[in-house]
Design a protein around this ligand. Structure first.
Ligand SMILES: Cc1cc2nc3c(=O)[nH]c(=O)nc-3n(C[C@H](O)[C@H](O)[C@H](O)COP(=O)(O)OP(=O)(O)OC[C@H]3O[C@@H](n4cnc5c(N)ncnc54)[C@H](O)[C@@H]3O)c2cc1C
Ligand code: FES
Length: 279
């Protein structure tokens, strides 16, 4: 059992949780993730290790379905049934020169830990964080503190540059040399943004988010195509060379259980409504 030390809401449908998990905290590195099971009969979901502080790890998640909604109901002192991790390979951090760390939407959750690692390795770090609107932007202060420069974009122009992270990246690539780029966000955003670095031949990593079940290479549910080869994102990734990833297949596979996920969420809502009605 893992105690929730602190739970706060960062933005609409986005929650931050610090959890006491020494075995994860003491071994985790940037780019790795953990698998959470909220209760005994619960589904296992992967979440990025967003920060580490002593014996505690931070997760940041958006409520998109049954399990994330359930997780969002937990408060300080509540218990999470299982946490497995750290899982996956750490980010390939070394001294590249100038690096850009780009987070889109809830993908910003992964950005500071990578930016900090890149900075510690001696890189000049450019942060670019983007969201649909100002209210959905998270971790701005944290990114400002760990990056040498920070750009903000919003789709509706309510803060920072009006547009996408890809637009800022393109403008910066036209002005100067960037040696390495990390992009973390929705699959479509990673596909479009990594398309910008391709003609410049810049080493570009993306953190893939296929459906995962065991997280240890046993079930095959997280398989992705990278450079024409099948890889398991949980053990071979989750970070891969962006220019080799088949994003269309990733997006297609992410939709595999849409009907079941919708039904599970409806049942969860019906159940929680009837529980409240009976109080
Ligand atoms: C390595 C990795 C790291 C991730 N880190 C974060 C993070 O830091 N913050 C965050 O908000 N989200 C993260 N995700 C996505 C997160 O796992 C899903 O949002 C979550 O599993 C949804 O579960 P649900 O029951 O609430 O929603 P559901 O209704 O079950 O599903 C909603 C959508 O979430 C995705 N999803 C569902 N089940 C899984 C699963 N077992 N594995 C992966 N994706 C699934 C599917 O695309 C699905 O269409 C990460 C995914 C991966 C693979
Ligand atoms: S999640 Fe099962 S093999 Fe990767």
């Amino acid at each position: 059992m893992y105690r929730v030390l602190k739970a706060t809401q960062l933005a609409e449908r986005v929650f931050q949780m610090w959890v006491f998990a020494p075995h994860v905290a003491h071994h985790a590195k940037a780019g790795q993730f953990l698998i959470v099971r909220v209760h005994e009969a619960g589904e296992r979901i992967p979440l990025t290790i967003s920060a580490i502080d002593g014996d505690a790890v931070r997760i940041i998640f958006m409520t998109v379905g049954k399990t994330t909604e359930l997780l969002a109901t937990l408060r300080q002192g509540d218990m999470i049934r299982d946490i497995a991790g750290p899982l996956g390979l750490p980010s390939e951090v070394s001294k590249y020169g100038t690096c850009a760390v780009i987070g889109g939407g809830v993908g910003i959750a992964s950005a500071p830990i990578i930016a900090r690692a890149a900075k510690s390795a001696g890189n000049h770090v450019i942060g670019i964080i983007g969201a649909r609107n100002a209210g959905l932007l998270i971790l701005e202060d944290e990114m400002r503190a760990c990056c040498d420069e920070l750009f903000i974009t919003t789709d509706d122009g309510s803060k920072g540059v009006h547009g996408f992270a890809a637009d800022v990246l393109k403008a910066e690539l036209e002005k100067r040399t960037i040696d390495c780029v990390w992009i973390i966000g929705p699959a479509i955003m990673m596909k479009v943004t990594s398309g910008i670095t391709r003609p410049y031949n810049v080493k570009t990593f993306v953190s893939l988010n296929p459906i995962m079940v065991d997280g240890t290479g046993m079930c095959g549910s997280c398989r992705v195509q990278v450079g024409g080869t099948t890889r398991f994102a949980c053990v071979d990734g989750p970070e891969f060379d962006a220019h080799l990833v088949d994003f269309d297949l990733l997006m297609q596979r992410q939709r595999t259980y849409q009907t079941e996920e919708r039904e599970a969420l409806e049942q969860y809502h019906e159940h929680s409504c009837s529980c409240k009605g009976g109080e």
